[in-house]
Design a protein around this ligand. Structure first.
Ligand SMILES: Nc1ncnc2c1ncn2[C@@H]1O[C@H](COP(=O)(O)OP(=O)(O)O)[C@@H](O)[C@H]1O
Ligand SMILES: N[C@@H](CCC(=O)OP(=O)(O)O)C(=O)O
Length: 374
């Protein structure tokens, strides 16, 4: 196998694990475990992000008719996760491999110390040749602390463990120019160099009722990963030898090229770790200063402040039409920011009675997502 990849995150969607049915397809899971074990034998480190807990819970409890509440989903995940990890543990043991389970929520990624802790655990498992298996901790994660879908979770896992390839396996051959389920003429897009709004429009949600997020969340995941220098491939989990093919650089599915100058580690965390607690709308001058001139954000360029947040919170910075153009940590809380919005930096102290500096969001605390974003 020809591969420049050292460390790969493989994400398996519910659609792959169930092969479109209502139960785990163990015969296919063993084939996927075989492929991952072969890669590990060839010297590539593999981290598995697996969905399927809720599906496995339903199967194990013999498809109970439960009201569709959050508590019942958590019940299914609690039952199903143990079945899922048991299945993976048995399947990898066929190839002489141990597995280690990490159940994460956004809170684990939000807090920088917990983030680094999770990273240490991942590295320790990989150093011992143990397969780290990650899923969201659905049994305890409420909407507030959830990443929400395993595509986004796998991108964060790829950043966490400094992977060089993220392989998103699903029930389609890759990203098409329309959802192939509704459009028989849809064509596969073999390579993506830039992710922009026109591409986002092509990527729809999940219509099968099995997966969460569809192609839309896969595109979000691809965007996060490639900004951190991670290549991404979206491909079919049922394509023959798909894992070795993608790792070997073969043209399977849709390949997203990584950005040439990836973000440094702290900025990767700003991008993917904390949940945004608010939004600020910027005027055109501020958008151009932030996006094109590499400047910090000053209070003068703020048109509006949305949300309740404390000083130090991560915010979405939007242009005047509401499109997110950057993410950054704000040096002022929501109330203070609303009071100084549109005002000159010299006036901050007189208005607030204190001054944390001219830069409301400092350049070093900001990740710019677009250039020419007015
Ligand atoms: N442009 C597109 N190209 C391919 N698939 C798409 C597109 N837009 C929406 N989809 C849908 O995304 C689905 C895959 O996502 P999802 O159901 O969440 O699966 P998984 O469980 O693998 O995450 C496909 O079955 C397809 O219907
Ligand atoms: N954490 C959930 C899966 C969430 C999810 O994103 O599912 P999918 O879109 O099938 O990858 C579970 O284990 O059932």
């Amino acid at each position: 196998m020809q591969s420049g990849y050292r460390r790969v995150v493989v994400k398996l969607g519910t659609s792959v694990l169930t092969s479109g049915s209502k139960c785990l397809d163990k015969a296919h899971m063993v084939e996927l475990a075989r492929q991952m074990a072969a890669m590990m034998k060839a010297g590539v480190e593999v981290v598995l992000v697996t969905s399927g807990a809720i599906a496995a819970g339903r199967e194990h409890l013999n498809y109970p008719s439960l009201p569709d509440t959050m508590a019942n989903k958590q019940l299914l995940a609690a039952v199903g996760q143990s079945q899922l990890i048991l299945a993976w543990s048995q399947l990898f043991s066929i190839y002489g491999l141990h597995v280690g389970q990490l159940l994460l929520t956004r809170a684990d990624l939000h807090d920088r110390e917990r983030y680094l802790n999770a990273r240490d655990t991942l590295n320790a498992l990989l150093a011992q040749g143990i397969v780290p298996i990650i899923n969201e901790n659905d049994a305890v994660a409420t909407a507030e602390i959830k990443v929400g879908d395993n595509d986004n979770l796998s991108a964060r896992a790829a950043l966490l463990c400094d992977a060089d390839l993220l392989l998103l396996l699903t029930d389609q051959k890759g990203l098409f120019d329309a959802d192939p389920r509704n459009n028989p003429n849809a064509r596969l897009i073999p390579e993506v160099q830039h992710i922009d709004d026109s591409l986002r429009l092509l990527a729809g949600g999940s219509v099968s009722g099995l997966g969460t997020g569809g192609m839309a969340t896969k595109l979000q995941a691809a965007d996060i990963a490639r900004r951190a220098g991670v290549e991404v491939v979206i491909a079919s989990g049922h394509h023959k030898d798909v894992i070795s093919g993608a790792i070997g650089g073969e043209a399977v599915g849709t390949r997203f090229l990584a950005l040439e100058s990836p973000l440094e580690s702290r900025k990767q965390w700003i991008l993917a770790g904390p949940k945004a607690h608010g939004r600020i709308l910027l005027d055109d001058g501020a958008v151009s200063a932030v996006c094109d001139k590499g400047r910090s954000l000053l209070s003068k360029g703020i048109i509006a402040v949305e949300g309740k947040f404390e000083r130090g919170a991560t915010l979405e910075l939007c242009n005047s039409s509401g499109r997110v153009i950057a993410r950054g940590m704000c040096r002022y809380g929501a109330e203070a920011l609303a009071a100084i919005a549109g005002k000159h930096s010299d006036e901050i102290e007189a208005i607030l009675g204190y001054d944390y500096g001219d830069a409301v969001v400092h350049r070093n605390d900001m990740v710019v997502l677009e250039t020419g974003a007015i």
